[in-house]
Design a protein around this ligand. Structure first.
Ligand SMILES: [Zn+2]
Length: 280
């Protein structure tokens, strides 16, 4: 069933765990993400990132995401990930997304507040919840050989407190030491910062770049207060491994054999991520 972000994150707070948020820019990822949630009997968040618009337009995959969520046996929030401008946010709202992440993190503070407030005003009247970001988490979701050389800017707790108060957002994406995409070096998470943000902000904390972290770091971040983890690159990569395995054994004539193998491998990866995030 279609769910709001608040419903899913309230569940995570009650359980002391983190909700999984998977980007699903194609049908195989979508089936894998919801398949994993249904198998585990847990709520989930599926997302379309504006960055993936070139791969799959939101007008194409968005309605399929909403329809699949409505038919799911578990609560599913359908969310825009890293919305970059108001026009794109409106497109997601028009399709029926139940949550919006707006990312003005590379703008100066005042500009980030100004546009985030516009997004909140647009969304709250429609029962849609908003996540926004302060600080900066470098890298790109699922882009190979990313040329992004920008450094992480850790979320400052004083700025974050002001940002939440002035924008009225429902969840905060905090930059705490993770990166988007594939890790080239061991990430160094700032757990004290997570705990301080959790104590001071009063809104759920979101950690982006959640795939590729060690199980130990992931659980410690959740114990410190992370309630939503964006997980994508390594799940997508699991699909490639699934296809490689089939091709090593046989050479199927039809593409759907490869699509099924990818879906199965990505669902297994998503289930493992959800098991880790559930803290059970
Ligand atoms: Zn992200």
């Amino acid at each position: 069933m279609l769910a709001t972000m608040k419903e899913v994150l309230d569940w995570a707070e009650r359980e002391g765990c983190a909700a999984a948020a998977f980007d699903t820019p194609n049908l195989e990822l979508l089936l894998a993400a919801i398949g994993a949630a249904e198998k585990r009997g847990e709520p989930v968040i599926i997302q379309h990132a504006q960055l993936h618009e070139k791969e799959t337009p939101i007008e194409l995959i968005g309605p399929i995401m909403v329809m699949r969520a409505e038919k799911a046996s578990v609560p599913v929030c359908v969310m825009l990930d890293h919305g970059e401008d108001l026009e794109y946010v409106k497109r997601a709202v028009g399709i029926g997304f139940t949550a919006i992440m707006y990312d003005g993190s590379t703008d100066p503070f005042a500009e980030n507040v100004r546009v985030t407030r516009q997004v909140v005003e647009l969304c709250h009247g429609r029962g849609i919840h908003v996540e926004a970001e302060i600080g900066f988490t470098t890298g790109h979701e699922g882009l190979e050989n990313s040329d992004d050389t920008r450094e992480n800017v850790y979320t400052d707790p004083d700025d974050a407190e002001r940002f939440v108060r002035e924008t009225g957002i429902d969840a905060l994406a905090a930059s705490v030491g993770t990166v988007h995409g594939f890790y080239k070096v061991e990430p160094k998470l700032d757990f004290d910062r997570i705990a301080e943000l959790k104590r001071r902000l009063g809104v759920p904390l979101v950690m982006h770049g959640g795939s590729g972290l060690s199980a130990e770091d992931t659980r410690r971040a959740i114990a410190c207060g992370i309630r939503k983890i964006n997980y994508f690159s390594y799940m997508s990569n699991a699909g490639v491994r699934g296809v490689e395995k089939v091709l090593a054994e046989e050479h199927p004539k039809c593409f759907h054999t490869l699509a099924h193998a990818a879906t199965e491998a990505m669902q297994a990866d998503a289930e493992a991520a959800m098991e880790l995030f559930s803290m059970k």
